[in-house]
Design a protein around this ligand. Structure first.
Ligand code: FE2
Length: 173
């Protein structure tokens, strides 16, 4: 594969820095509640996707930021509401930081995925659908956070056709 521009590395170093901050925010919340990271079972979907796509950069961008991190944008507002109702303000504050910064991570995915498709003169929507069907097992789950996905340059015609638990929206194939 041709070398990537320096901005590609800048974006992902920034993302990694923010992810390490997110880990510390969540870890602190757990410890303040008398628990710790690793005390509860968690899925390894992100790690597994990174391993599955380690030799396929467009595949990695399609699945890790543009599917899995985008899913975080869908579910985090509901989590924030739950913790607000429970009066857990430190957790609400941590989740608000994570929520705001994850929009950027999805945006980096979209930006560099589109860059790679443009460099090879490929239709990014078609390539996205092919790669998600190759590496992501199962349908995408609606409802989607269309507003935040749009902020991250992830258009509805990328993700709606891959959601099979609701009828397709008119005009989208
Ligand atoms: Fe992220």
């Amino acid at each position: 594969m041709c070398p990537m521009p320096i901005g590609f590395y800048d974006d992902w170093v920034k993302s990694a820095d923010e992810e390490s901050k997110h880990f510390n925010l969540v870890s602190d919340c757990l410890e303040n509640m008398g628990s710790h990271y690793g005390a509860m079972a968690a899925h390894a979907g992100m790690w597994r996707a990174a391993e599955d796509t380690k030799d396929d950069l467009p595949g990695c961008l399609a699945v890790v930021p543009m599917v899995l991190e985008a899913r975080g944008l869908d579910v985090t507002p509901g989590m924030i509401t739950l913790f607000e109702k429970a009066g857990e303000q430190p957790i609400v504050d941590a989740l608000n930081v994570i929520y705001a910064e994850e929009v950027g991570h999805v945006g980096y995915g979209s930006k560099w995925f589109n860059f790679l498709c443009g460099r090879d003169n490929l239709d990014p929507r078609d390539v996205f659908h092919d790669l998600v069907q190759t590496y992501f097992h199962g349908a995408l789950k609606a409802p989607f956070n269309e507003e935040k996905r749009a902020e991250a340059d992830l258009p509805p015609d990328f993700y709606w056709p891959l959601a099979d638990d609701l009828p397709p929206r008119p005009g989208l194939t």
